[in-house]
Write a protein that binds this ligand. Structure first.
Ligand code: SF4
Length: 368
């Protein structure tokens, strides 16, 4: 076997044909018996698989199941997504977070409709050229939908490989990523079964080779696992250095007028661009303002804050937010500005931030 070029694999032979075939066979047999019945596993439609892959990035399976069904009901085909208004796409995505994914899906759907006849491209370079589609997503969609011999590495695969091959380095680091991609390319079946192999690897990482307390005794790869043999499964891969969390304190103003509530549209660029939220402002430690929220809400509205209703906890990437929702009275709202009185019954059609969605659900559980 050719020696791997990367440092982490230098000096180690990659699995030869025999062990590689046995590895595939063991994992495949396990997957067929143990795999979870997830909605996106019941289809070979590249569009539906693509949607699931976009949603699953950085989001738990349990949360995705519900959004996946709703999204496909609203946009049942790539054509439907490409013809939709981005606002409607964001509204349907609202609550899943990482809204760039939704914007990229929409932009890519438009490219696919115009340049690829409405079907997710089979050509790898063409897929990689789409907005928001990287090596992982292209590999996932093409292997699962078309059974193309494409490798993939996500967090689950990285953990499995790190343990299986005893790769002692930090999770998410460049050397580990490179080594895992080399292994993934080497191991992916070339003559059929790539999609199943990729899903089996991810499933093993999600359900058996878990970040904490891996269930090695139930693992089909136990006998060939380097970390199992060395007793190092629990500590591999080494934890990645995380940026420190930033505590943010906010005021959210709940101003109502009849059957409407006052919402504020975020700026057209930056995080959660163009989405709607309750007028929000950071209150504590102005020196530490995060730029996640505007410094005040005077640009088009004048609000008098009333009593606090409740506190809400919400996390946006590294920002840990405590938001105090307060009753408010608007004494002036300028026409044409970022503020708008919105019918409560119509809020569902707007792209509303996850935190505002939470706040409204708690403040007004039933629409007026
Ligand atoms: S034996 Fe344990 S550490 Fe190794 S792949 Fe299986 S679950 Fe992961």
């Amino acid at each position: 076997m050719p020696a791997a070029k990367h440092d982490l694999l230098a000096g180690r032979p990659l699995p030869a044909a025999g062990p590689r075939a046995r590895l595939r066979e063991r994992l495949r047999a396990w997957y067929r018996a143990e795999r979870r019945d997830l909605p996106w596993r019941r289809t070979s439609d590249p569009y539906a698989i693509w949607i699931s892959e976009a949603m699953l990035q950085q989001t738990r399976v349990e949360a995705v199941v519900e959004y996946y069904a709703r999204f496909l009901e609203r946009f049942p085909s790539l054509r439907a997504l490409s013809e939709a208004d981005v606002e409607a796409v964001l509204a349907t995505w609202s609550g899943l977070g990482y809204y760039r994914r939704a914007r990229a899906l929409h932009a890519a759907a438009r490219v696919i409709a115009v340049e690829h006849g409405g079907e997710f491209p089979r050509d790898h370079a063409a897929a990689l050229a789409l907005p928001g589609v990287g090596r992982y997503t292209a590999g996932a969609v093409q292997s699962i939908a078309f059974d193309a011999p494409r490798a993939l590495v996500d967090g689950n695969v990285e953990r499995v490989f790190s343990r299986l091959f005893g790769l002692e380095t930090a999770a998410g680091s460049r050397p580990l990523q490179d080594a895992c991609w080399t292994l993934a390319e080497h191991l992916v079946p070339r003559r059929g079964g790539a999609g199943e192999w990729n899903q089996a690897l991810m499933e093993l990482g999600a359900t058996v080779c878990t970040p904490r307390s891996p269930r090695c005794g139930s693992c089909p790869l136990e006998r060939v696992c380097a970390a199992r043999a060395a007793g190092s499964a629990e500590r591999l891969p080494a934890p990645k250095e995380r940026p420190p969390t930033i505590d943010v304190e906010l005021e959210l103003a709940l101003a109502r007028r009849g059957s409407t509530v006052l919402l504020e549209r975020r700026a057209a660029t930056g995080r959660m661009a163009g989405m709607w939220q309750l007028p929000s402002v950071e209150r504590a430690r102005p020196d530490m303002r995060t730029a996640l929220f505007p410094p005040d809400w005077t640009g088009g509205a004048r609000l008098a804050l009333g009593p606090g209703l409740f506190d809400l906890r919400h996390t946006i990437t590294k920002h840990r937010i405590v938001a105090r929702v307060r009753r408010a009275t608007a004494t002036h709202v300028a026409a044409g500005g970022p503020y708008r009185w919105v019918e409560v019954a119509e809020i569902g059609a707007l792209a509303v931030t996850g935190m505002t969605k939470k706040a409204l659900a708690r403040a007004m559980p039933e629409p007026d």
